[in-house]
Design a protein around this ligand. Structure first.
Ligand SMILES: C[S@@+](CC[C@H](N)C(=O)[O-])C[C@H]1O[C@@H](n2cnc3c(N)ncnc32)[C@H](O)[C@@H]1O
Length: 244
């Protein structure tokens, strides 16, 4: 322990992994076991929270339809309040804290106030969810690159980004699936590209819908697809048959 760690309070920003509670890192689990306060997001598994020590305060800080949600400013204020009161604070986020998780925003806010932040990376759903469903994002001779994008709907419903990569992965894709699929087909000129949508990947509720760009929207509607889900597009989806 150096002088710095004796003097300045510390917030641990921990990645919880993609859903399966066993997919947190050893270091992340250690911090959870020691925490006095755990501020956790909507996608964190309830089973994982059972590892917090007796007496630790668990605060839901997620944004989820149908549940009371808390503003980003209120989350910042809670982190500052608890860490300055000398408590061991864990900010627990689904997947990896720095992938579409506002983790860096929170770290910058805390650092600007002289609070130390340690980041414990997590396994992101962007790679783990396809893998657990039997889809590798790269494969020799088929895919030597992948790109991860947000599929979030913009207010003016703009086309989504379609980079030059062999495999495309879209997070936050459910409400905007039709637009995403149209954007990719428009860019690539191919409606036959294989694709898969994976809901609640790595958990017991995992649902996998496969198809091609031309039929994935209809299949997803029939399967009553719901968030959280990841869309994977590319030839690697065909490997799911032999790999699963
Ligand atoms: C706000 S982003 C946070 C991503 C997270 N930081 C990560 O690294 O996985 C939430 C999105 O992650 C994806 N996601 C997270 N967990 C998932 C899961 N178990 N199954 C499918 N998609 C998941 C979904 O696209 C969801 O809308």
């Amino acid at each position: 322990m150096n002088n710095d760690s004796l003097v300045r309070p510390l917030v641990s920003l921990v990645g919880a992994g993609p859903g399966d509670p066993e997919l947190i890192t050893v270091k992340g689990l250690d911090r959870l076991l020691e925490a006095d306060i755990v501020l956790y997001d909507a996608l964190v598994s309830p089973e994982l929270l059972e590892h917090a020590r007796m007496g630790a305060e668990l605060i839901y800080a997620g944004k989820h339809p149908g549940r009371h949600s808390i503003s980003q400013e209120a989350i910042h204020a809670l982190l500052v309040k608890h860490v300055q009161a000398g408590r061991r604070v864990v900010r627990l986020k689904g997947g990896d804290p720095y992938i579409f998780g506002k983790g860096a925003e929170e770290a910058l806010f805390l650092k600007a106030r002289g609070i130390r932040v340690e980041v414990i990376p997590g396994i992101t759903s962007a790679v783990a969810v396809p893998a657990a469903a039997g889809i590798p994002l790269t494969h020799r001779g088929i895919s030597s690159s992948f790109a991860v994008m947000t599929g979030h709907r913009t207010e003016d419903n703009r086309p989504v980004l379609v980079p030059q990569a062999d495999t495309l992965v879209y997070l936050m894709c459910v409400s905007n699936l039709e637009n995403i699929v149209r954007s990719i087909a428009g860019e690539r000129g191919q409606w036959d590209l294989p694709c898969a949508v994976i809901e609640s990947g790595t958990t017991k509720r995992q649902k996998v819908i496969t198809g091609a760009l031309r039929n994935i929207v209809g299949r997803s509607k029939r399967a009553k697809l719901e968030p959280p889900a990841v869309l994977v597009v590319g030839e690697v989806v065909r490997l799911r048959g032999p790999l699963r």
